[in-house]
Write a protein that binds this ligand. Structure first.
Ligand code: SAH
Length: 265
């Protein structure tokens, strides 16, 4: 897979992508990476990539000409035209399904904004526009690194053990189950006995229940689209009630303590 970035800070990518799993995957030929400098497609002495917005307002916008020239030039190189991804807080929210979709491609070019963003016409070049989430970064470079990292670890061989990306959070629509390593007893916090039992079927059942429990507790919004049996949906409702009643008890306790201290003061 060929992954490319276009930005005004092309040097920020290598320090991350040359290390650890990303570095190993590059050396193993699992993906190739190239970072292009947008300023190489400017024609003035100052290598200008930005200009003031029409209609007034704060900050500077990225000019359309260098972006068009760069994307067209880069796309014309090589046999395969790249899938072109732009970044913007106004884009579609990036998620694991999107990472899986991108991992199927042969070539992806990520175009990173800076300043107040881009002249709207630049988005004509985008096959898709992605956002990392509902917050504003100073530039698209971090967004590109996040997306590249999540895509590369899905490529066959990248993690060493092909199974390890399989039952992670989001892969089945649920969060990942709780995991433990040695020691079995740490400061009185014991690892659940079933995980030490060697009974694989029981371990699988416990893990599914744990994934369900964690999803109900932390990300109930995922449950609607998760792949669950009817029995699991019933169990999810039960867990939600259990969590709710513990919360209600906690609030009652707080009210009582609050009342008592009020009385004393
Ligand atoms: N004025 C814009 C924000 C520009 S931030 C607005 O209010 O929508 C500058 C650049 O950082 C953007 O062009 C984009 O490439 C990147 N960026 C900022 N926040 C991002 C996010 N949540 N997801 C992806 N990219 C983001």
């Amino acid at each position: 897979m060929l992954l490319e970035t276009l930005s005004v800070f092309p040097q920020v990518f290598a320090p991350y992508l040359d290390e650890s799993i990303m570095g190993r995957a590059q050396r193993a030929g699992i993906f190739r990476f190239a970072a292009y400098d947008l300023r190489d497609w400017t024609h003035d002495r100052h290598r200008t990539v930005d200009d003031a917005p029409f209609g007034g307002g704060q900050g500077m916008l990225m000019k359309p000409e260098p972006i068009f020239e760069a994307v067209e030039d880069i796309a014309a190189q090589g046999e395969e035209r790249p899938h072109v991804v732009f970044f913007s807080p106004c884009g579609r929210r990036f998620d694991q399904a999107c990472a899986e979709r991108l991992a199927e491609r042969e070539r992806v070019l990520f175009v990173c904004g800076r300043y107040e963003g881009m002249d709207e016409r630049a988005y004509e070049l985008a096959d898709e526009v992605l956002s990392l989430g509902d917050y504003v970064l100073t530039g698209g470079e971090l967004a590109a690194l996040v997306v590249i990292d999540s895509v590369v670890r899905l490529l066959p061989g990248a993690l060493g053990d092909d199974m390890s990306a399989k039952d992670e959070s989001f892969s089945s629509g649920l969060l990942e189950y709780a995991q433990y390593t040695r020691p079995a007893d740490f400061r009185g916090m014991r690892v659940p006995d079933v995980l030490l039992s060697g009974d694989h079927a029981a371990v699988d059942r416990w893990r599914r229940e744990s994934a369900l429990e964690r999803t109900v507790r932390w990300r109930p919004d995922l449950l609607d689209s998760a792949d669950l049996t009817e029995a699991e949906r019933d169990r999810a409702r039960e867990i939600a009630c259990e969590i709710e009643s513990v919360r209600a008890d906690d609030t009652k306790d707080e009210d009582l303590t609050g009342g008592a201290s009020d009385g004393e003061s």
